[in-house]
Design a protein around this ligand. Sequence first.
Ligand SMILES: *Cc1c(COP(=O)(O)O)cnc(C)c1O
Length: 389
Amino acid sequence: MTKSIKDIDKKYVMNSYNRYDLEIVEGMGVNCYDVEGKEYIDLSAGIGVNSLGFCEMGWVASVTQQVCKLNHTSNLFYSQPCALLAKSLCEKTGCDKVFFANSGAEANEGAIKLARKYSFDKYGKGRDKIVTLVNSFHGRTVATLSATGQDVFHNYFFPFNEGFEYATANDFASVEKLVDESVCAVMMELVQGEGGVIALDRDFVKKVAELCNKKDVLLIIDEVQTGVGRTGKFLASEHFGIKPDITTLAKGLGGGLPIGAVLANEKCSATLGFSMHGSTFGGNPIVCAGANYVLARLDDDFLFSVEQKGEYFKEKLQEIDEIESVSGLGLMMGLKLKTKTSSDVVKEGIKRGIIMLTAKDKVRLLPPLVITYDEIDKAVAIIKSILEK
Ligand SMILES: *Cc1c(COP(=O)(O)O)cnc(C)c1O
């Protein structure tokens, strides 16, 4: 890698990221290239963002056309890409209305505000707590760190927000115990991503959904990582047979541009009225043009192919001796290793031309949804050679 870029970055960018020794200069499809032209297979998709891979031609064309036509308007005005994106999201998910933000954490912030306001309007003050799960991840802002049920995130930045309580995943009694008169919402991921690619039990999820419905407690499903086709359905909640009140999306939605979305059903889609929430960049035309292209690509055939490729990938990985088990759904996979350390494997992968992620003790794979069977075979062969060394 160009030494000077690493040096400049280290000197001028806050050192809050522990970067790998790799400077990516360009990419196409699932492949990217470093300064020396060395090729990598990217099974990280920029942490679930590049849903169509690097610089997919149609996506580039849509975004480029929009850049040349209208870059930004502010939310004081109407613009076509934003309105059409909201329409497609509602049509694809059955939700009633959408609020646009710029990231996953911001989408979750919006969802938290929406849930508290819904409860305030109907029941008055004091019904404001939000129950989340232990081992969850909901973002890096102060409120979403508070929502995140992991002690490692509750350091340094005191005081954290009040009003969050943590139940145990797959333990319905622990949720039931916490959902009392002071609770306005339950928020959870259906496959805990950062927490180790752990899918919740279907039965647990259905019971939580029923409880929420019965108590008029809003169910917020954080699909920032699982949404937009990642699991082989447009929303992971389709696998679980639930219809949440609020769904949050981000990562894969823009195909590489920063966007977050809060999707609300009819029950709470009118809760946030004029000037109660907002974002300068939210609904930006360029970002929405990128997302509109991603959504147009994700038809039923495409989603079915993601499900199929996920199963194929999983089967192939399970044949590797060092892999104890493969968790997750669709093209969101967590590899539990028998003897090796996930971070060592990811580091070795970079030397061998393959980009992977970690999630706790697992190796996490979030390949672009457009990965082909040939590319999966090629990736599995490299992973096998790393793990059998
Ligand atoms: C990544 C992630 C977030 C945070 O998204 P940002 O865009 O980094 O703010 C929130 N929730 C889940 C489930 C995530 O995976």
